[in-house]
Write a protein that binds this ligand. Structure first.
Ligand SMILES: [Zn+2]
Length: 147
């Protein structure tokens, strides 16, 4: 199967530049989970956030997606499979504790960065919380001192 997703597309580079400018640090074109063969365009390992930058044509954007007229049914099938795979990737990663962010190539990279920053911040705060809220003294025993 031909792999039409290339790394370092213009929308990816734009998004990475904005994320880098606000201080986010990430891995590029990595498998979020070694058990899954899919690579994400950008991976935040600690926060477990995987970012995919989707081309409007290949991923069937509602606004800019279209099926080429020549060989129409072949294209329709191919694009359908792409979209079905996007769903599966999201489900598989989600079930392994990853947050999947899909960014359309037409999206404003600043807005996408703000969204991603929010997710990372949330994960950071969650990690700071005491691991076991109920650890320690156990249930406070009500000792009635009968005297
Ligand atoms: Zn689009």
């Amino acid at each position: 199967m031909a792999r039409q997703r290339r790394r370092d597309t213009a929308p990816e580079i734009r998004l990475r530049a904005v994320m880098h400018a606000v201080g986010l640090r990430y891995l590029v074109d990595r498998q979020p989970d070694p058990a899954l063969r899919w690579r994400a365009d950008v991976v935040f390992t600690r926060a477990r956030v995987a970012v995919f930058v989707d081309g409007c044509f290949w991923h069937g954007c509602d606004e800019h997606g279209s099926v080429p007229k020549g060989n129409r049914s072949w294209w329709a099938r191919k694009l359908e499979l792409n979209m079905a795979r996007d769903v599966v990737v999201g489900q598989e990663l989600g079930s392994r504790g990853w947050t999947v962010v899909r960014v359309w190539e037409h999206e404003d990279p600043h807005a996408a960065t703000a969204q991603i920053q929010g997710l990372i911040e949330r994960s950071r705060l969650a990690a700071q919380r005491p691991i076991a809220a109920h650890a320690g003294s156990g249930s406070p025993t009500t000792k009635t001192s009968l005297g």
